[in-house]
Ligand binder design. Structure first.
Ligand code: ZN
Length: 521
């Protein structure tokens, strides 16, 4: 007697092999058998005739930790409802551990205000232990965020590390990797990280390589200097042989779009020279960004108090406004997603706010940052949709949300639709454009990312692997989440099983939390 039997499904096993019709049996948390006809009885039988059965999706680029959703919404509904059964957190330099000092969490404040957070861990090992005492909708793994490590030492200052500081951080990184972290992430474009030298990154990459971990890089530039930023990342991987993943690859702002061929060329050449390089992206042409990040670096150095002093000084303020004017960014069309102090601006454009204040959009930006707390987030449409399509179909890409798990009930702000719709939108768009075969689409969501992060027994349907499963209707799958109304689950995904238990059944979230905390072994 099996616990679950799925009959007559078109199996897309995640390996890249074309679909074939078969039955799949689950015993407990494992896939017990896949065969043309399984007649052993089971407690639950699902007839999946006409439906696709594939492995649960793996999100290498997840922020459920830094948005605090692991604790605010542990069922991670918006991810589970898309078919994600494993998420890798700790991205873009920010993880919730290890915490060498209180300042470590400054790395996370750009996404979530942690003033009320209850934190009872310091080391990575203690963090994993704490997470293990909670229940989650999907499996959760984590990288170590280098900003979290580094800011514990430098706080709000932007400076190089002393030799002893660096060796202390390297030791803690090693310990964290031993405790089960899947690798290290960097957020090199952020104000406090832009100073990190390539040499410093080399030192870190060597440690990550030794542990056979993933080296995840949010590039130093996604605009005018993106080619140099990609070169830097590749250089590190080439010289240290570390397993490199570039996070949310994109080229911002129309004036930089002509760099596309150069950027993709650099990645392809490196890959063919045996550099282990891949990238992830989300299938949208609009970014979700902290508004303060558009300010010049000098204005944010030293933290919020100093920044506000610059705003109050007419000469400094003017310098900032001139910088914003020359940035080539259309602030007026930018949509406000959230403000910390619940100003009533959510959903409005910066242009509308400027009109109400009878001022320019650039001045409205400063007003918003000054009055809306440090985490005013905006949507800016600045990517080329053709690049998004081409990168989605590229053999070295994976699909990742760069988002977090929210539930449809959390409506006090707007979140990027990618938190709700990444996988269904990618599947639907790729199928309708005929850009990729179904088995290639599924591979980019399953065995591709699973192998990249070193995940064992997940990402492929075969006997003995964990029963992380998705059943969907190829003809009906679609995202529904929008920028104005993001809190909408997608359609067409009928069942999601995490470790053999239903997290989504007949299209409805069950609320059951059978995810596990994963350690790299
Ligand atoms: Zn990032």
């Amino acid at each position: 007697m099996y616990s679950l039997l799925i009959k007559n499904a078109a199996i897309v096993d995640g390996s890249g092999k074309p679909p074939y019709i078969a039955d799949l049996a689950v015993q407990g948390d494992e896939i017990a058998a896949i065969a043309p006809q399984i007649s052993t009885p089971a407690e639950t039988v699902i007839d999946a005739d006409g439906k696709i059965l594939c492995p649960g999706f793996v999100d290498l680029q997840n922020h459920s930790d830094s948005y605090w959703q692991l604790f605010d919404n542990p069922s991670l509904d918006s991810l589970v409802s898309q078919g994600f059964t494993t998420i890798l957190t700790g991205n873009c330099g920010a993880s919730l551990a290890p915490l060498l000092s209180h300042d470590a969490l400054l790395s996370v404040q750009k996404w979530h205000n942690l003033d009320a957070a209850n934190i009872n861990w310091q080391t990575f090992s203690e963090y994993i232990e704490e997470l293990s005492a909670h229940k989650f909708g999907c499996n959760v793994a984590s990288l170590v965020g280098y900003s979290t490590l580094r800011r514990a030492v430098v706080g709000d200052r932007v400076r190089a590390l002393e030799k002893e500081e660096m060796s202390a951080l390297k030791k803690v990184l090693s310990q964290s990797l031993d405790a089960g972290a899947f690798g290290l992430s960097n957020g090199l474009s952020y104000a406090h990280e832009i100073i990190i030298s390539e040499l410093e990154l080399f030192e870190l990459a060597k440690i990550v390589k030794k542990a056979d971990g993933l080296f995840s890089i949010h590039l130093r530039s996604e605009g005018g200097e993106i080619a140099e930023a990609v070169e830097e990342a590749i250089d590190i991987a080439r010289n240290t042989e570390v397993n490199l993943k570039i996070s949310h690859l994109k080229i911002r702002n129309q004036q930089n779009w002509n760099k596309y061929s150069e950027v993709i060329g650099l990645i392809e050449v490196a890959y063919h020279q045996n550099v282990s390089v891949h990238f992830d992206l989300y299938p949208y042409d609009t970014v979700w960004q902290a508004l303060y990040s558009y300010l010049p670096k000098w204005a944010i150095e030293g933290g919020r108090t100093i920044m506000l002093k610059h705003f109050a000084d007419p000469i400094q303020k003017n310098k900032i406004l001139m910088y914003l004017n020359n940035l080539g960014v259309n602030f007026s069309n930018m949509q406000i997603a959230s403000t910390a102090n619940k100003l009533n601006f959510t959903g409005k454009t910066v242009g509308q706010v400027a009109k109400n204040l009878e001022t320019s959009s650039e001045k409205a930006v400063l007003e918003l940052i000054a009055n809306g707390g440090s985490e005013v987030l905006v949507f800016e449409k600045n990517l080329n949709p053709d690049h998004v399509s081409a990168l989605s179909a590229h053999p070295l890409s994976f699909m990742g949300t760069d988002g977090a798990g929210f539930s449809a009930g959390q409506k006090d702000k707007l979140v990027h639709p990618r938190c709700f719709g990444t996988a269904p939108k990618f599947i639907k768009d790729s199928l309708s454009g005929g850009r990729l075969a179904l088995e290639e689409i599924i591979k980019k969501l399953t065995s591709g990312p699973a192998k990249k992060m070193g995940l064992k027994k997940r990402g492929e349907l075969k006997a003995g692997n964990f029963a992380d499963l998705v059943i969907f209707d190829k003809a009906k799958i679609t995202d529904r989440s929008t920028y104005q109304n993001p809190f909408q689950y997608s359609e067409g995904i009928e069942f999601v099983f995490v470790n053999g238990r239903a997290a989504l059944a007949q299209g409805k979230i069950t609320g059951e939390k059978h995810g596990r905390i994963l350690r790299k072994t």
